[in-house]
Design a protein around this ligand. Structure first.
Ligand code: AHR
Length: 327
């Protein structure tokens, strides 16, 4: 009799265990096990572009069921290098990062290669002799952005019919890809046009406060000798505009204002007429990043470079039905 009771108790215990396991499996399936672990080092929070980019990557990781380890480097390369090392130590499946500057990544990327972890560059490029230190790059064609800004200015010069337009340039972070390529593209587009003269180029680090400082300095130096402000991002443009108004000029009329990014605030100001042209640079790179990371996990070959399609918004168009920008 005792034996039968012990057997029944054992069967009940086993049944309980099986039910518990089943419930746990069900729970895991509902929560969705992450299909891969992605380590992403964001370079900072210097602009609404960057904040929109961070948000998009977080949202898309969740939508794609990808586990995301995100580190924000607060504008310091050494913090990015430390973040990449922590991803390697954690043995994530894929590493992605937006390099703040182009040089200085070889050591840490060799460590990632040694650990067999594929690396995706997001938004910006690096300079390296060893092309296999990263698998691919997802981000804008910054040269084209600069070129389109220059082309707009040539059209504007035609419309204005002026003999001379003197330009000041407020650039992004020194030695970063967008700074180098937006400068090169713009210069190539205006090269040979006798009407267009570059007065000075100053570094505004992609920040609103630096945009204001640079504009104050340029206005003090050149006064009413400035006809055009070419700013490498919206944030610096937003910093420069109040300085122009304080100095007694009307932006968009007395001075041609050209910006890059196309965030909501700047687009609203373009519609008011205080900015003349904005070349779009979209921060919505999350979906392409997640799809590329999944493809790498499956061992597939991916495109070496992927550029999003980008537009130019200007006073040449009717922008009244432009949908909300989302950043
Ligand atoms: O690398 C993209 C650039 O970085 C954006 O134009 C700028 O706003 C950001 O800070």
């Amino acid at each position: 009799m005792k034996g039968k009771i012990r057997l029944a108790a054992l069967l009940l215990a086993l049944l309980g265990l099986l039910c518990a396991c089943g419930a746990r499996e069900e729970e895991t399936r509902e929560q969705g096990e992450p299909s891969l672990l992605l380590g992403f080092s964001q370079l900072g929070s210097e602009s609404s572009w960057r904040i929109g980019n961070t948000r998009d990557i977080e949202q898309k990781a969740e939508e794609y069921g990808i586990g995301l380890m995100m580190e924000n480097a607060n504008q310091k390369q050494e913090n990015q290098i430390a973040a990449l090392r922590s991803f390697i130590a954690y043995r994530v499946d894929v590493i992605a990062f937006s390099p703040i500057v182009e040089e200085g990544w070889d050591h840490v990327l060799k460590e990632a290669r040694q650990a067999g972890i594929p690396v995706i560059l997001v938004d910006r490029d690096i300079v390296t002799e060893e092309q296999d230190l990263y698998v691919c790059k997802i981000g804008a064609d910054f040269y084209q952005e600069g070129f389109q800004a220059g082309e707009y200015l040539r059209r504007k010069a035609d419309t204005l019919g002026k003999e001379k337009l003197r330009i000041v340039e407020i650039t992004g972070t020194e030695d970063s890809t967008p700074m180098r390529q937006r400068q090169a593209g713009f210069r190539d587009a205006i090269a040979g046009d006798e009407r267009l003269e570059m007065l000075e180029s100053v570094n505004g680090d992609f920040l609103i406060s630096r945009g204001a400082e640079c504009m104050r300095y340029l206005l003090e130096k050149y006064g009413d000798g400035i006809d055009v402000v070419y700013s490498h991002n919206d944030e610096m443009t937003l910093g420069a505009l109040p300085e122009i108004e304080r100095a007694g000029f009307v932006p968009g009329k007395d001075l041609v204002i050209i910006s890059i990014d196309g965030g909501q605030k700047a687009i609203d100001i373009l519609k008011e007429g205080k900015i003349n042209c904005i070349v779009e640079c979209t921060p919505m790179l999350g979906s392409t990043l997640m799809e590329t990371a999944l493809a790498l996990k499956r061992g597939e070959t991916v495109e070496r470079e992927t550029h999003p399609v980008e537009k130019v918004f200007s006073d040449e168009q009717d922008l009244s039905s432009l949908p909300p920008r989302g950043y």
